[in-house]
Structures are given as structure tokens and as C-alpha cells.
Ligand binder design. Structure first.
Ligand code: AHG
Ligand code: MN
Ligand code: MN
Length: 316
């Protein structure tokens, strides 16, 4: 049988068809598709800046910093006046901005480019998006989130989304379409990889005991310093644990509740996993301010429960 486009299309389930089949509401389908498509333009921007890898360190450095902001600008340009988004909150902006008349259905939170410090090393980076139907500030993710996605700029561009009915992985094909690669990702009860941020000397005793316990059980260390690939690995390997804990030097941890942790917690819970700050589910933590950080343990349920036991014990 020829491999022509006509034969090819009858087998693929692309992003729009998947969301329609899953009963995702029309406007939410349009918004998820719009954001996922924006990943293509952000990826082009990353490639553009990578051209400067040839030792133009100073210029490149400025280019690298600009990449966070230009990714943010690309998202705003794509989402403004779509009739879908009334407000946009970004890691790259001091305050929320209005994107329309104020009557639109959704509010977007964005980490436009996560892991930008890795660009010069050509490691994998990502974009993290939260989709809220109500104001996220002053509330909890459990009450306001209706969707989340991340885009991974790796050897392939992949995207994982959830609209509250499972978490699903798509890959950007050569025709520029996102096609379904894994539906309903399900984390096993227990995994075999662990990914721990922060310096060991800064860890509190409970967290250090948790790390030792994982090592004694033979968990394999996988940590790139990019939140999106580090979490994607646990999701696709269907198990394991990621943590960026509270540190002696930084009791709130490093990662941002609104822009990084809430969307990832939504996606992991959608895949049968869990996400906690060591005491409370991430999605039950009230967001008091835009750049609020929280410690995080996220992954398969067995390891998250183990982490809670250790952190409750060793607060010292
Ligand atoms: P961002 O590039 O959006 O600021 O995020 C970087 C974060 C996250 O990607 C990662 O998990 C963490 O920084 C890594 O921190 P360390 O470099 O301290 O390991
Ligand atoms: Mn980030
Ligand atoms: Mn970022």
C-alpha cells in the first residue's frame, strides 16, 4: 500500500480529533490547540538562537536571556484577541495582563520557556501552560484549573495535555500536526527513577533520609535541571519521583506554584500520580501571590507517600 498522505491520515488521531472524541468543550479544544501550535513558533525561536552556539558567548548570552521574553511575546501574540483568553499570567511578567474584552472564558498561566539556562548546552527544554476557568490568585488549582499542557523541545517536539479526562502525549509530525502517541498515560503505583534538585548539603534531614532510602532501594538517578524533561521522563516511564525540596537556604523551595507546579500536578494527577509539598497536595495550596514558590514531590503514588512520611518526620 502506498504511504501517501491519504493512507496516512486514516490512521492518525490528531490533537483536534482526540479532544473532540474525548468530549472536551469546544472553546477549550480551540485554546489547547492554539497553545500547542504556538510551540512550533517557540521552537523556531530556540533554533534561531541556537545558531549563535558557535562560540559567540557574549552575544549568545544576551540572546539566551531574550529567549524567555521572546517566547512570552509569541504566546501573547497567539492568544490575544482569540476570544478565548481574558487574562494572561506569566513567569516573565510582574503582573497579569488582559487579553481581550474581559468576558472571555479562560485565564492562562505560562512558564513560556522552562530551563532556558540549558539552551546553550542544547539540552531539552519546555513550555508549561495552565488553563483556568476562574481567577487562580487567591484560590487553589483544584478549584480553578480546567486544563494544563507542556511542550517538550527535544529530538522530537512532544506535547502532553489534560483537560481533566486523562493525560495524553502527542508528537509533532513532519506535516506539522500533533498526532497521538500515547493516550491515557497511567503511572504505575511504584517506579524506578528519582530526580532530586537542590544541593545535598542544603537538604533537611527528612529529605536526605528520603533520598538515602531511594538510593538503598536501587532507584536510578535521572536529573537534567530541566523541569519539563525531568518530569516527562517519569510520566513516560510510568513511575518514579521528582522533588525540588525545601532547602535550609530556601524553605519555600525554588519552583513556582502557579507557573510550574500547578500545571504539572494537574497532568500527573490525570495520569494517576500525585503531587505534594510534603504535607499538602499541590492543587490544594492557596495561591497568595504571583511568584509564590513551594517545595514539591511529584510522581507515582508510592514514592510520594514515602516522601510525605520522611518529610513529616525530619523537619529539622
Ligand atoms: P526556568 O528556566 O523557567 O527558570 O526554570 C528552571 C527550573 C526548572 O526547570 C528546574 O527544575 C530547576 O530550575 C532546576 O534548578 P537547579 O538549576 O537549581 O537544579
Ligand atoms: Mn520554569
Ligand atoms: Mn521559565
Amino acid at each position: 500500500m502506498s504511504g501517501g498522505i491519504s493512507d496516512y491520515t486514516q490512521y492518525i488521531v490528531d490533537l483536534r480529533r482526540h479532544m473532540w472524541l474525548s468530549g472536551v468543550p469546544t472553546e477549550l479544544r480551540r485554546l489547547i490547540w492554539q497553545v500547542a501550535t504556538t510551540g512550533k513558533y517557540i521552537s523556531a525561536k530556540i533554533q534561531e538562537s541556537n545558531r549563535k552556539l558557535a562560540g559567540l558567548q557574549n552575544i549568545y548570552h544576551e540572546e539566551q536571556l531574550a529567549l524567555d521574553r521572546s517566547s512570552d511575546e509569541i504566546l501573547v501574540a497567539q492568544l490575544a484577541n482569540t476570544g478565548l483568553v481574558r487574562e494572561y499570567l506569566s513567569e516573565e511578567r510582574e503582573a497579569p495582563i488582559k487579553l481581550g474584552t474581559g468576558t472571555e472564558k479562560y485565564i492562562i498561566t505560562a512558564d513560556p520557556l522552562d530551563g532556558s539556562s540549558l539552551v546553550e548546552t542544547n539540552l531539552t527544554i519546555g513550555t508549561i501552560i495552565g488553563i483556568h476557568k476562574k481567577e487562580p490568585l487567591g484560590s487553589t488549582g483544584r478549584k480553578t484549573l480546567c486544563g494544563a499542557l507542556y511542550i517538550l523541545y527535544g529530538p522530537l517536539i512532544t506535547m502532553v495535555y489534560s483537560a481533566g479526562k486523562g493525560s495524553h502525549e502527542f508528537v509533532l509530525n513532519r506535516e506539522g500536526e500533533y498526532v497521538l502517541s500515547q493516550a491515557n498515560i497511567q503511572l504505575k503505583e511504584k517506579g524506578s527513577i528519582y530526580s532530586l534538585g537542590g544541593l545535598r548539603k542544603d537538604w533537611l534531614s527528612g529529605h536526605a533520609a528520603f533520598a538515602n532510602s531511594l538510593e538503598e532501594q536501587g532507584y536510578k538517578l535521572r536529573y537534567s535541571g530541566g523541569l519539563v524533561p525531568d518530569l516527562n521522563q517519569i510520566l513516560i516511564k510510568q513511575g518514579g519521583i521528582f522533588s525540588y525540596p525545601q532547602l535550609r537556604s530556601n524553605p519555600r523551595g525554588k519552583l513556582r506554584l502557579l507557573f510550574e507546579l500547578q500545571p504539572m500536578a494537574f497532568l500527573f494527577e490525570g495520569a494517576g500520580g500525585a503531587a505534594t509539598n510534603g504535607e499538602k497536595d499541590i492543587l490544594d495550596i492557596k495561591v497568595d501571590h504571583l511568584d509564590q514558590c513551594a517545595p514539591i514531590y511529584i510522581g507515582s503514588k508510592h514514592e510520594v507517600a514515602l516522601a510525605k512520611q520522611h518529610t513529616a518526620r525530619g523537619k529539622a
